[in-house]
Design a protein. Structure first.
Length: 325
């Protein structure tokens, strides 16, 4: 009898924990590519989605109208796999990248601005400025590479001692953030290369993100530390009160006013945070890709639409809208 009671208590505890992990309110779903994608980027307002797949190439979607706007095809003649992408804060331009080259796209005109190759490292992450002329690359050789495509100016940021995993570029292209395997995240000037703030962690950095107007920065490592930093002081503002250990964030984005943060993980989790307190406001599990074994989905990008809904885009080729309850 005692064993039975313990079993029931354990079952109820697990049920309660699983129930408090995620909300169930999925407001909308868009299946853009049922075969899955290798890259998925959302515009800041969650309206536009740029996806890349090995079978269909690069496509641009309007989620509000639920229609495909453009088919860009493959990024390069060799049909290399696109592994990273980003839509500019202005929604006008986008960057896509394979491990060895990157392309910039004018989304308004539906055409490529050019294709550029990288010879001294493998591209791991990318970002692009509002005017589409300034790009930032995270490289496997420990460099964060800033390029002004308008002038041809290159700046190699060399403060990292190991692979750079994540980068974020201010919309005006003047400031950058990078984080890497050396346990450090840096906030720095793309005009001088000078380090403005250093954010040390105890483990490798998996994700960095800048607020669009420069209020805050976010850095997370591969263990249990995810910190929102006040860029005016360089000091921590708050630390996320995480439910799961070792979250390994794959994406993050601040709301326009900087009061909220939304994150995604390689394990389907989409979470919504209060910047002031670090408390969780909502958590969901994205739809799995059914033709994988086991079924899974990587959350490639997240956004907050004008109505406050959280939008996610995953490797399953699916976008979903969530409402925090």
């Amino acid at each position: 009898m005692r064993q039975f009671v313990r079993t029931i208590c354990l079952f109820l505890t697990l049920l309660a924990l699983s129930g408090c992990f995620h909300s169930t309110h999925e407001a909308q779903r868009w299946t853009l590519d049922p075969d899955g994608v290798t890259s998925f980027s959302l515009s800041r307002d969650g309206r536009f989605a740029l996806i890349a797949s090995t079978s269909h190439g690069i496509d641009l979607w309007d989620l509000v109208e639920n229609k495909k706007l453009a088919e860009f095809g493959d990024q390069d003649p060799d049909k290399n796999t696109v592994i990273a992408s980003q839509i500019s804060d202005s929604n006008r331009y986008a960057i896509t990248a394979t491990s060895q080259n990157f392309a910039v796209w004018d989304l308004a005109w539906g055409q490529a601005e050019g294709l550029w190759s990288i010879s001294d490292g493998i591209i791991r992450d990318v970002d692009i400025s509002n005017n589409g002329e300034k790009v930032l690359l995270a490289l496997s050789n420990g460099k964060a590479l800033f390029v002004d495509l308008g002038t041809g100016r290159r700046l190699e940021f060399l403060a990292h001692q190991d692979k750079v995993n994540s980068v974020s570029l201010a919309p005006n292209g003047k400031f950058a953030m990078s984080g890497g395997n050396d346990h450090n995240a840096f906030f720095w000037s793309t005009e001088t290369g000078q380090i403005l703030n250093e954010f040390p962690h105890e483990h490798r950095i998996t994700r960095v993100e800048l607020h669009r107007t420069g209020k805050f920065a976010f850095s997370a490592d591969g263990d249990d530390t995810a910190i929102i930093w006040d860029l005016s002081t360089g000091e921590p503002k708050t630390e996320l009160n995480m439910f799961h250990r070792h979250p390994n964030f794959s994406t993050a984005r601040f709301s326009d006013d900087g009061s909220k943060l939304v994150t995604g993980t390689p394990g389907r989790r989409v979470e919504f945070w209060d910047v002031e307190s670090g408390d969780n406001l909502g958590r969901w599990l994205a739809e799995e890709q059914q033709n994988t074994r086991p079924p899974s989905a990587v959350v490639y990008d997240v956004a907050i639409d004008p109505t406050g809904r959280v939008i996610s885009g995953t490797s399953a080729g699916i976008a979903q809208a969530w409402i925090a309850e």
